[in-house]
Design a protein around this ligand. Structure first.
Ligand SMILES: NC(=O)c1ccc[n+]([C@@H]2O[C@H](COP(=O)([O-])OP(=O)(O)OC[C@H]3O[C@@H](n4cnc5c(N)ncnc54)[C@H](OP(=O)(O)O)[C@@H]3O)[C@@H](O)[C@H]2O)c1
Length: 318
């Protein structure tokens, strides 16, 4: 099946391309440099040339705090351009996937959100993603709006990598305990979306790592599974004074029976750490072959300040 991916160099985009390749789909992958989704003419021409059956719109403005001071630009990309992509897909009879976010909810429900719950974003990023959901649905009846959350993957800055980097130079980190959500490994989300390519499963759907935790618990689990001796100190959101408000409890679950359910969030983390270790081994082997020097790519030269405590809440759009 011919699949077109926008934002193909992003963290999720790269895993969607890999997952579609693995299932032997024919993939047309467009990074931002090859296709700017705010340019309606370029989008239309690319879609008419490629004639995809499925479009996965991974292009997005994902910096939550920046969106708060630049809502017009965030809405232009996440909202208006999502409509451009969905309309161009409709014109060539393609189904469109729009990854959306738990941040379309206000986080006050106190239990996991299902698809039929009312949206009410508390910040600009969430508003821009909700605008994109609406624009996508209006422009193309064959839409899958995939709400997900707290993404981490091999091809982007993310919370897991931030924790592992900090662990190289300090033995304590400070992480918020009053934001609850569903950490989700991008490759598992990408596999789930690719699985849905073959079905007319449409509408809003929640696909995220099963069960939920606080960022604080996530950090503890990252260090536990990585066998790193780092103490996690708990903070509250108001201590960190970030520009964008965040929903306090934005865990997702599904009320649908026709969509894939991902593994528990801590099992997703395990799969990620395994994939990460395999990549490091492969990179190391390639380095040795190239230079003939066994070296040690995992050794940081700078031991840093082991007593330092750094406040960490997020690494990407969290
Ligand atoms: N990350 C999370 O925790 C999270 C959680 C829930 C939902 N989501 C959603 O999941 C999707 C993927 O997120 P991600 O984490 O993979 O984001 P990402 O790594 O930031 O990837 C987004 C990609 O879109 C590109 N892009 C930005 N503006 C564009 C434009 N006008 N035209 C074409 N490409 C453009 C970016 O390019 P540049 O880097 O060059 O700007 C980047 O490569 C997004 O829809 C996001 O809202 C993410």
């Amino acid at each position: 099946m011919k699949v077109l991916v926008t934002g193909a160099n992003g963290m999720l985009g790269r895993d969607v391309v890999a997952a579609a390749d693995a299932e032997h789909h024919e993939v047309a992958a467009f990074g931002r440099d090859e296709l700017d989704i705010t340019n309606a003419g370029s989008v239309k021409r690319a879609f008419e040339r490629e004639l995809p059956r499925v479009v996965v719109n991974c292009a997005a403005f994902t910096a939550v705090d920046d969106a708060q001071s630049n809502e017009i630009e965030a809405t232009r990309i996440n909202g208006e351009a999502a409509g451009i992509v969905a309309a161009a897909a409709a014109e060539v009879n393609a189904k469109v996937f729009y990854p959306s976010s738990d941040y379309v909810f206000d986080g006050l429900k106190g239990e996991p959100y299902v698809e039929s719950d009312a949206t009410n974003p508390v910040g600009a990023y969430g508003r821009s993603k909700l605008a994109g959901e609406i624009a996508t649905a209006e422009a193309n009846p064959r839409h899958a709006i995939v709400r997900t959350s707290w993404l981490y993957g091999l091809h982007g800055r993310n919370f897991v990598e931030t924790m592992l980097t900090l662990a190289q130079r300090q033995n304590e980190v400070l992480v918020v305990r009053d934001q609850i959500g569903c950490p989700t490994y991008t490759r598992q989300l990408a596999d789930a979306m690719v699985h849905l390519f073959d079905y007319e499963t449409l509408g809003v759907m929640h696909i995220a790592g099963a069960d939920h935790c606080a960022w604080y618990d996530f950090a503890i689990e990252i260090f536990r599974q990585s066998q790193l001796d780092v103490k996690v100190l708990s903070a509250t959101t108001d201590m960190l004074d970030r520009p964008a408000p965040r929903p306090p409890f934005s865990a997702l679950m599904t009320e649908r029976e026709d969509i894939p359910v991902l593994p528990r969030w801590d099992h997703g983390l395990h799969a990620y750490l395994v994939a990460r270790a395999e990549r490091t081994t492969a990179e190391h082997a390639a380095l040795v072959e190239e230079s003939g020097d066994p070296g040690n790519p995992g050794n940081a030269d700078d031991p840093g300040n082991p007593g330092e405590t750094i406040e960490v809440q997020e690494a990407n759009q969290l």
